[in-house]
Design a binder for this molecule. Sequence first.
Ligand code: PLP
Length: 406
Amino acid sequence: MFNCETVRADFPILNRQIHSQPLVYFDNAATSQKPKAVIQAISDYYTGYNSNIHRGVHTLSGEATDAYEGARGRIGRWFGTEDLGEIILLRGATEALNLVAASLAHNLRSGDVILVGTTEHHANIVPWQQLETSIGIKIVPIPVDSRGTLSLDKARELTRNNRVKVIAIGHVSNAIGAVNDAAGFVSLAREINAFSVIDGAQAAPHMRVNCALLGADFYVLSAHKCCGPTGIGVLIGRRALLDELPPWQGGGDMIDRVSFSGTTYNELPWKFEAGTPNIAGTIGFAAALDYLEKIDFDGAIAHENRVHRHLIKAMKSRKSVELLGNPENWVSVCSFNIKGAHPNDVGTLLDQLGFAVRTGHHCAMPTMEHFNLPGTCRASLAFYNSIDEVDAFIEGLDRVAGMLAG
Ligand code: PLP
């Protein structure tokens, strides 16, 4: 049974004081905090069996390889992927999206169309834009409705252009928190024989994601938003496609044989993992998933959603507050502005009171452009946040609004 108070004790950083106030950490969409179990797993690796993987015959290398490959298995079990060849371990969601775009480029021709959600993080826009420049593909944004959710119907209309070859959307938008109909977009892509690319960086921390059930061609996510370390992310792709795609980066580990007369490549997943990977980070991510299982992840999500609803309700009751979006299916994020105030001023004053929120465009400039905003303040929750913290935040925000009005 999930218990918020017990769980909070697992996160040492939550005891910090900021400007002599207890820290209230509402910047989880940027990165989550790390429980002791994750910090310990990383420390155990460096103190007990630090070694490079795969190529060594000595004991430490064997232990590190077992832990690294065991972590891949853990990740596979969590995300419903049995075939571990389909799990590519990378530096983050950004790197995973760059890999997908660069590799798919070989299947695309000038004039082909890529549908990209209007509310994407830059990581799911810029790699596709680079293909506009290099091979002349065309990006068409998928419209967003007034509530902040990507419109599947409008996307379907756009697919009347029979040159649509890729549909790339975020499972959850990072600036709004809208849960998009990932399954709907995946089946739309399948209907028109296009590739589906789902950016799950903001979904994985807030819901069970089963990649086998979802059936996307490519699903990417990031460990550091799921209580894991920074610098580790995952691409889960379909074997048949990954097998056909050329390797992305060249170097050690991704090869079978190298000779000046020609090089052959390793099998999946290593074909896409050139160089020494983030061994400690991968082990830390597996520890994070073990931890999430242990605390009752489903109970944790239910608690987080309750706290989120409490926050949204309180924010909606404030006349001085303007919310960005109002999605039917909404998780974690509350993006807002105080009328007449700049988000940076609001964020700075909130920090003085101990509240950590993010301000600005949240790496989603087209979202801001669409809603005609310079930026927002973004409070984003995790399961270790409490109703009491939200109440304190609302009180703090009222004070800040009063200061800025005065
Ligand atoms: N996609 C979304 C929706 C994000 O929110 C983020 C990070 O904020 C990223 C991609 C980039 O993830 P990473 O930090 O793993 O590169």
